[in-house]
Design a protein around this ligand. Structure first.
Ligand SMILES: [Zn+2]
Length: 137
């Protein structure tokens, strides 16, 4: 699959299972799947539960609150669009609901530390609304 770029940024492709996730992002809501059969948090989006193989998955709204699980600051972006916003930090955030999201974490590189509380915010990149995280005070 060829990656599509808008304004220099790669656009996520909305595979069928993840379409509701991207639609929620456009509304400013962070969502995840929950298995009503066994109670598992399912992430990334799937058509069945990896814990019980059940298909009774529902979308739930995340609190958007979590903690930095890991992080890395990029000093030189891979494309001119990313170079223009460098340095920037990416990493895994573990949400209160228990799933990990790979994301951009906004803030000064020196303020990043594992375990720091963060909250979701939404930004526009190209025509896609993306979740990013900001350090919570
Ligand atoms: Zn399940």
């Amino acid at each position: 699959m060829e990656i599509e770029y808008v304004d220099g940024f790669p656009q996520p492709y909305a595979q069928m299972d993840a379409a509701p996730y991207w639609q929620a992002c456009a509304r400013g809501e962070l969502t995840y799947q929950h298995c009503t059969g066994c109670g598992a948090v399912v992430w990334p989006a799937r058509s069945f539960c990896p814990e019980c193989d059940g298909e009774a998955l529902e979308w739930r709204r995340s609190s958007g609150k979590g903690r930095i699980y890991s992080h890395s600051t990029v000093g030189r972006g891979p494309t001119p669009a990313w170079q223009a916003i460098a340095p920037y930090t990416v990493g895994f955030v573990v949400l209160e609901e228990g799933y990990h999201l790979f994301t951009q974490i906004e803030g000064k590189p020196e303020d990043m530390r594992i375990g720091r509380p963060v909250e979701v915010a939404f930004i526009k990149r190209g025509r896609q609304t993306l979740p990013v995280f900001r350090c919570a005070e």
